[in-house]
Design a protein around this ligand. Structure first.
Ligand SMILES: [Zn+2]
Ligand SMILES: [Zn+2]
Length: 215
């Protein structure tokens, strides 16, 4: 034990835990959809979701000696080992860096080789993190937000899936693999509107069979 200096930082410090999550899914005061579903187009949805990332980034900025240049800090974070910072700070640093090839925020232009490489590198955190550093809910929240920020067109159903589940992820929910599979089947059947009305992940998965199927 040293008498001075700070203790060795914990590798893979957890992210998105500084602020409490909402306890229930509430409508967004701006777009009236369940909060988070409008990410990132609805600024209020975006703001409430991004708050978990921003809190970690602000804490990192506050730790820097003197006045931190946030762009330099972003470059330092991205040059470091994945274990050095919370995953939220890696994401935030990527957003503040523009891709030298496609000019999108780094990692968002998935049709761009440079972005694809940066995007792939960020997931090293999730794969290598110590148990307890990241929950399955946090991993899925990170996936949802990264997919919804990407400038490269995903298949519509992929984006719709993430929009549908994001409000439930935000309150700590996690679709089981069976629920996720059923929601995707309903999406392929063109039932996005019915899914959007469902009040829980379980209700989404359990949409009643279409009349022509039961007849
Ligand atoms: Zn909204
Ligand atoms: Zn790019």
């Amino acid at each position: 034990m040293s008498h001075y200096g700070s203790p060795m930082p914990q590798p893979y410090p957890p992210g998105a835990r500084l602020l409490a999550r909402p306890e229930t899914v509430e409508p967004c005061p701006a777009c009236a959809d369940p909060l988070g579903r409008g990410y990132p187009t609805c600024l209020t949805c975006a703001d409430r979701v991004d708050a978990y990332w921003r809190a970690d980034w602000d804490a990192l900025v506050a730790e820097q000696p003197g006045e931190a240049d946030e762009r330099e800090l972003a470059a330092t974070v991205l040059a470091g080992a994945p274990a050095d910072h919370p995953w939220t700070c890696v994401d935030w640093a990527m957003r503040q860096s523009s891709c030298p090839l496609c000019r999108a925020e780094l990692g968002a232009g998935l049709a761009c080789v440079h972005c694809a490489k940066a995007d792939e590198a960020r997931w090293a955190w999730d794969h290598a993190a110590m148990p307890g550093s990241m929950t399955a809910n946090e991993h899925m929240l990170r996936l949802a937000v990264a997919a919804l920020r990407a400038t490269t067109p995903h298949r519509d159903n992929v984006l719709t899936y993430w929009r549908l589940v994001l409000p439930f992820l935000l309150v700590g929910g996690l679709p089981t693999p069976v629920q996720a599979g059923r929601v995707r089947i309903h999406l392929l059947a063109g039932r996005a509107d019915e899914l959007a009305e469902a009040g829980s992940l379980a209700d989404m998965a359990d949409l009643a069979d279409l009349p022509w199927r039961t007849a």
